[in-house]
Design a protein around this ligand. Structure first.
Ligand code: ADP
Length: 515
């Protein structure tokens, strides 16, 4: 089975968020199942060619887009033990310059970004021709590659010959849809805008009569999936989650499923992670304390290993529940300080993230208010992220919505207990901790793997924090919980099987029900 997996980010070559983690791990799990899977990515200038040597495999290949004729080069690198080929499309103007995205939030906000990814999506067909290797399925991800099935339908205009693979379209986040003024997009592509029915779908938006690239992907792909079963239900039933595309998804609901993301458990492994001061496993989670003391010192906090350390690693956008974190921690600090009424409410916190300025400022102000307790690093830093996962006792993910969320899974792998909201993939992966008494109350068994908040409400969040802090005080139960979560299975194994089945079904018998 031959699959071309295309995405805007692939870990470790270019990463902004969870999409890179998925694109850098799911293909490896599928390769282990015997799939001939290859990856394509733009050749961004930021890719470190010293670490990942790239070989030129094709030069000056024509890509005709609108009335322009551009030329691309194709480079190849390989990733992992499995040596999965990654094809890097090289075009200085459209694909090389700047970061992966042009906005700090990673949300689409410029025509330059729309052009970048339309050009990338179209150049995929030139890549396939140059390779002399025809995938049976092109697996597209998020709005960036959503136009691939549209280009396939407009074959004659974009000179792709008789090549007709199936398209699986995976939605990683419906909040980022890639919308832009329809006329500008059609002018760029040399289209009138009525070539296929779906192109007549418009939305009145920020840029006038907008075309929504994600909507085009949903309408034209052979099959669509998203990254957790709960999110797949939420986006069909509640407009808040569907973000304007619920009706479009409902049209395709018979060709739409949720498949939970997994982790690359070799990359995220506290036993061998070279970013950590001290490595550890479920056999000795007490060693986490050494990482904690080291990191608290490094960040400049007043070191106190008895106080639970809360970690947060996140893009700072409206999705991620940063208001709850800021207001909740202010509140719990005002109530307790170090001790109150016998209940220890003292804590330490370390936050790592970049994104919307408002949230960056709010977190910085919070750290200024409590310099001994709270540290904030406004940046992207992969090593520090690993140190935070390993050092923290709790990990905060109180998102407003969360398609899957990987940070809670990484945290669990490092014996760090997530505090999450019950939405999307967080609801699928984190169950409330409770204690089950056994043998006439002589022994206690911990059930669940985290602390769960239902409503998006500061007081309720504070309650959950208090429950978590109080559980942390019982060292016996705490160790039991840490050991248990570190042994749970968050790998890709089960989900890769589901993708494989989906691929098989697509190749065999799913008729395209697209418009
Ligand atoms: P999303 O895709 O919405 O950003 P996920 O939970 O799916 O959220 O994945 C986020 C990924 O990005 C995780 O691997 C996380 O560690 C990483 N990450 C997010 N922000 C940063 C940062 N500032 N520095 C390093 N890694 C980060």
């Amino acid at each position: 089975m031959k699959i071309l997996f295309i995405a805007s980010e692939v870990n470790p070559l270019a990463k902004v968020g969870g999409l890179a983690d998925v694109a850098g791990s799911l293909p490896f799990a599928l390769k282990k199942l015997g799939v001939d899977i290859r990856i394509a990515l733009p050749k961004y200038d930021l890719i470190d060619e010293k670490k990942y040597p790239c070989q030129l495999i094709a030069r000056d290949i024509k890509v005709k887009i609108g009335n322009q004729e551009e030329k691309i080069n194709i480079f190849q690198t390989e990733l992992g033990k499995e040596k999965i080929p990654v094809y890097l499309i090289d075009h200085k103007k459209y694909l090389g310059e700047g970061g992966v995205y042009f906005e700090k939030t990673a949300f689409c906000g410029s025509f330059a970004e729309i052009q970048r990814f339309l050009f990338f999506s179209l150049s995929i067909f030139s890549l396939i021709k140059a390779l002399n290797w025809q995938p049976e399925i092109i697996h597209c991800n998020d709005w960036h590659t959503a136009f691939v099935p549209v280009f396939l339908k407009l074959k004659s205009l974009f000179s792709q010959g008789s090549f007709s693979p199936k398209v699986l379209y995976t939605i990683h986040n419906l909040a980022n849809q890639g919308k832009w003024n329809a006329k500008e997009i059609f002018d760029f592509l040399g289209l009138k805008g009525d070539e296929i029915p779906s192109l007549k779908e418009r939305q009145s938006g920020l840029y006038g009569e907008d075309l929504n690239l994600m909507q085009q992907g949903i309408l034209n792909a052979d099959f669509i999936n998203t990254v957790s079963p709960t999110y797949a239900k939420e986006v069909l039933t509640k407009s808040y989650f569907g973000r304007g595309l619920q009706e479009t998804l409902i049209k395709r609901k018979h060709n739409f499923v949720g498949i939970l993301n997994g982790l690359d458990t070799e990359i995220f492994n506290p036993e061998i992670d070279s970013c950590l001061k001290v490595n550890y496993s479920f056999k000795n989670p007490e060693l986490k304390k050494e990482n904690k003391i080291y990191l608290e010192k490094k960040i400049g906090l007043k070191v106190d290993p008895r106080a639970p350390l809360l970690g947060l690693v996140s893009r700072l956008t409206f999705q991620k529940g940063i208001e709850l974190v800021v207001n909740g921690l202010k509140k719990i600090s005002a109530e307790g300080g170090s001790t109150s009424g016998g209940k220890d409410l003292d804590f330490r916190a370390i936050f790592l993230g970049t994104g919307e300025e408002k949230y960056e400022k709010d977190l910085e102000k919070l750290a200024e208010k409590f310099p001994n307790k709270i540290g904030v690093e406004i940046k992207y830093n992969a090593k520090l992220a690993q140190e935070i996962y390993a050092s923290s006792d709790f990990f905060l993910v109180p998102s407003k919505f969360e398609p899957c969320g990987l940070t809670q899974l990484i945290a669990l792998r490092y014996g760090t207990i997530p505090i999450v909201r019950k939405v999307g993939g967080l609801a699928d992966t984190i169950k409330n901790v409770r204690i089950k008494k056994r043998f006439l109350g002589l022994s206690r068994e911990v059930k669940g793997n985290g602390f769960v908040l239902k409503e998006y409400d500061v007081d309720k969040f504070v309650k959950v924090l208090k429950r978590a802090f109080s559980f942390y005080q019982d060292k016996k139960l705490w160790r039991q919980l840490q050991r248990k979560v570190m042994r749970e299975d968050y790998s890709w194994e089960k989900s890769a099987q589901k993708y494989l089945k989906l691929y098989q079904r697509l190749i065999k018998d799913v008729k395209s029900k697209a418009l």
